[in-house]
Design a protein. Structure first.
Length: 222
């Protein structure tokens, strides 16, 4: 249920990628099920926590006693596999029109994917890559740490309070809140996370550019 029907006085929009503007769930499930089974983990339980974080951080969460260097090695292989697999990668409903409506609005991609994976998935979904993007190589800490969103806001030249985050995952929503930004939850994973507004997909969001240069987001439907 939405907590807000409009959100105003926005100067910049920070976009997560997977689950927010790109539907890559099919690839994520294939790759992470394989990894979980290789390590004797319940794949269904593992899939509950993989969204939003960088891969090595998810691995550390699932195997807390495992040496971190092994997580980083597995994460490199995971990224290679995910980058090569774009079967089933499509835009989230309404994402092409939503991205087009941001063309003259300051915005950035803030994703836990690395640069190669972000380019592969945005390309597969036929979505324009924002000029400003914060990828895994850009940060020292994974979501739910706010570093990525704070870097995105700083590069765009706006204060955190002037930005809105669009996110789908628990880690992402937490990162946006920790950054001091308003958060729009997108999709089913975000529905129970208490974002400032929630939409089922991006067909439910309309961008209005105001005379003072700010943006108002209008939310329709459930």
């Amino acid at each position: 249920m939405r907590r807000s029907e409009t959100m105003s006085a926005i100067k910049a929009v920070l976009l997560d990628m997977d689950g927010t503007i790109v539907n890559s769930d099919a690839v994520v499930e294939r790759c992470w099920r394989r990894w979980a089974e290789e390590h004797g983990l319940d794949a269904d339980e593992a899939l509950k926590v993989v969204h939003g974080r960088q891969g090595w951080a998810t691995m550390a969460h699932l195997l807390p006693d495992r040496p971190m260097e092994l997580n980083h090695e597995d994460n490199r292989r995971m990224l290679e596999a995910e980058t090569a697999d774009t079967d089933g990668v499509v835009p989230i409903g309404g994402a092409p029109a939503f991205m087009a409506s941001l063309a003259d609005v300051p915005h950035a991609l803030v994703t836990s994917a690395d640069r190669a994976l972000a380019e592969a998935r945005m390309g597969a979904a036929a979505l324009p890559m924002p000029a400003v993007r914060v990828t895994a190589e850009s940060v020292s800490a994974s979501k739910p740490d706010p570093e990525g969103f704070l870097k995105g806001a700083a590069e765009l030249g706006f204060a955190p309070s002037e930005c809105v985050v669009l996110e789908d995952s628990e880690a992402g929503v937490a990162a946006g809140r920790a950054a001091g930004m308003r958060v729009v939850g997108v999709g089913p994973r975000a529905a129970s996370l208490g974002p400032d507004a929630h939409v089922t997909d991006l067909t439910r969001v309309r961008v209005e550019r105001m005379p003072d240069g700010t943006v108002t987001l209008h939310f329709t439907g459930a």
